[in-house]
Design a protein around this ligand. Structure first.
Ligand code: Q46
Ligand code: ZN
Ligand code: ZN
Length: 331
């Protein structure tokens, strides 16, 4: 297998593109493609400030790396969930982010990125497994709660830090698995909101973008490996047995028989969505500002996030919610 550009030994063969590349050319190809998607979907411009949600995994660290190499001003946010799962998951993933940043700092000469760290247990008094254990919403599996908390914290840091855009490392396999699940149930409300760019819900909030949404998971993994980015191999222990992992396996089997089927499924969906296939499902929900945190909520009064801590904090010291322990690893 030879690199199409230079004829030397290829490190990856992307059957859906009929393209094999050597390490050097693959490291050029990923940023080129990412830049193409950023422009095509109008994600952001060079003057905008970007906050990348990093988890210590291959996708988010590769995304941060690529955006910085493309010259974007991208800071990172790491949220400490307090998940152990027998593999010291949260501590290890935090360590990977810090390690990545310190390696970067020695290679970047001019602008230096910042890593914001928000430890949920330190700021709000309980880790994700602890909140999950005391609430009906989290019992069994903490993922729905975890998602709610992460979204809130990311929005808050983006707003307080004056960021225009919040970027996540979702890759094509992630997007297609979600799409597959929502198609099986014909969930029009979710389908209409699945896109490479989600505009800000309210003025002052960052829009959400997924610059890797057209890169296969094996491509982002290969990028991290070839670039020498160290990342956490373990998935969050709570991801085990999830339907999205089961869907990924089915889709991988399909991809093996028909290379490119995942990409086509996703691109044809985006086209259909653009043409208004799910437009009728787009319900307009009136959003109010939460009385406590100011973030948009469809409910009157407190948002779901603030309600989550209400009961716990009613009798506790009032400082817990206002305590700010963002650690800025580099300013
Ligand atoms: S981190 Fe949180 Fe995920 Fe772990 S608890 Fe579930 S939602 S699986 S991306
Ligand atoms: Zn080459
Ligand atoms: Zn709130």
């Amino acid at each position: 297998m030879k690199c199409r550009k230079c004829g030397s030994e290829a490190v990856i063969n992307m059957r859906q593109h009929k393209l094999s590349l050597c390490g050097e050319h693959f490291l050029e190809w990923v940023p080129e493609q990412t830049q193409r998607f950023i422009e095509k979907y109008k994600m952001f411009t060079p003057g905008e400030r970007i906050l990348v949600a990093v988890s210590g995994g291959k996708d988010s660290l590769s995304l941060w790396d690529v955006l910085l190499r493309l010259g974007y001003k991208a800071d990172g946010i790491y949220i400490g969930l307090g998940i152990n799962g027998g593999v010291d998951y949260s501590n290890q993933s935090h360590e990977m982010c810090v390690k990545f940043l310190s390696t970067l700092q020695s290679t970047l000469s001019s602008w230096q990125p910042t890593l914001h760290v928000v430890d949920i247990a330190e700021v709000y008094g309980e880790s994700i497994p602890q909140v999950a254990a005391r609430t009906a919403r989290g019992r069994g599996k903490p993922c729905s709660l975890c998602g709610l908390i992460k979204r809130h914290v990311m929005n808050r840091i983006a707003r307080d830090g004056g960021y225009d855009v919040l970027a996540t490392g979702h890759n094509l396999d992630d997007e297609v698995a979600v799409l597959f699940g929502n198609t099986l149930t014909w969930n029009g409300g979710y389908l209409v909101r699945q896109a490479p760019v989600l505009p800000a819900d309210k003025p002052g909030l960052a829009r959400k973008v997924k610059p890797f949404c057209r890169l296969y998971e094996r491509e982002t993994a290969a990028y991290a490996l070839v670039r020498g980015i160290e990342y956490i191999y373990d998935e969050c222990p709570f991801a085990e047995g999830s339907t999205s992992i089961a869907h990924k396996e089915i889709l991988n089997r399909m991809e093996k028989d028909s290379p490119g089927v995942k990409l086509q499924f996703y691109l044809n969906f985006l086209r259909a969505r653009e043409e208004g296939l799910f437009a009728e499902q787009a319900t307009h929900v009136e959003l109010n500002a939460c009385e406590k945190c100011g973030q948009p909520t469809s409910a009157p009064g407190l948002c779901a996030f603030c309600r989550l801590w209400e009961r716990r904090h009613r009798d506790a010291a009032p400082t817990l919610l206002s305590k700010e322990t963002d650690v800025v690893a580099n300013q």
